[in-house]
Design a binder for this molecule. Structure first.
Ligand code: CTP
Ligand code: CA
Length: 228
């Protein structure tokens, strides 16, 4: 055009990103959670929005500010995250970066649990949470064209990540090496491999912001070549 500006590569596309931990209630005042910071997921949502995608971020509780130009739905539990993701469909791109709790308390109490005076401790019965990534990848007619997950592994990185790719039916996995030495859980940089059906590609150690930009760029190349 006149200004020499190129159209944003993801203009007209809708993207869904999950980020952060989930909180699974035990009773009205207590919960089970994990140490996810939400930094990587929030950075990915921001990067997709910068490339022009209409971006919806479904996030558990984090200290991250809402990214600019992104519609953010704040949820707590895995089941709330699932509901918000389903409500966001249809989308062209889904990136599941959240550290979804694998289990919730099966029968969370409506009232605060009290010590019974005998010194005995309650036993928590757990139930398995829905797998949001696998659900999106199996959404039939509503399946996003590109479904991307993360895998944080401490050993057999590629092997475990390829297993997850197959099991969950997604298109790509960002395999994150969190073994001690390379591990930066909660930190600002990541050592990742991009796993696709055709193989594994090692990325150099980068900040989470750089990983987000590179991933968004890759998504833009893929989505525009497969739909036009
Ligand atoms: N994931 C999800 N819903 C869940 C569990 C995981 O959407 N209930 C997604 C995560 O957001 C991530 C991917 O699945 O993109 C892999 O998560 P991970 O915890 O590594 O895999 P799990 O299948 O839960 O296996 P495990 O924790 O036993 O390694
Ligand atoms: Ca898990």
């Amino acid at each position: 055009n006149l200004l020499g500006l190129r159209k944003a590569p993801l203009q007209g596309k809708r993207a869904l990103v999950t980020s952060g931990p989930t909180y699974e209630p035990i009773d009205p005042v207590r919960y089970i959670a994990n140490r996810s910071s939400g930094k990587q997921g929030h950075a990915i949502a921001a990067a997709l929005a910068r490339l022009g995608a209409e971006t919806i971020l479904v996030s558990g509780p984090t200290r991250e500010p809402d990214p600019l130009g992104v519609t953010v739905h704040h949820i707590e539990s895995a089941r709330e995250m699932l509901g918000a993701c389903e409500a966001a469909l249809p989308v062209d791109i889904a990136v599941c970066a959240a550290a979804v709790a694998d289990w919730r308390v099966a029968d969370a109490s409506d009232q605060k649990l009290k010590k019974d005076g005998s010194g005995s401790a309650p036993t928590l019965q757990l139930a398995t949470n829905p797998d949001i990534l696998a659900g999106l990848a199996a959404a039939g007619a509503k399946r996003p064209k590109l479904v991307i997950g993360f895998a944080a592994e401490t050993e057999k990185l590629i092997e475990h990540a390829q297993g997850k790719l197959a099991r969950k039916g997604c298109d790509w996995i960002i395999a994150n090496d969190v073994s001690s030495g390379s591990g930066t859980f909660g930190g600002d940089s990541n050592l990742v491999h991009l796993i696709t059906r055709s193989g594994a590609e090692a990325w150099p150690r980068m900040s989470k912001l750089e990983i987000a930009d590179r991933l968004a760029q890759r998504i833009a190349e893929t989505v525009s070549t497969t739909t036009h």
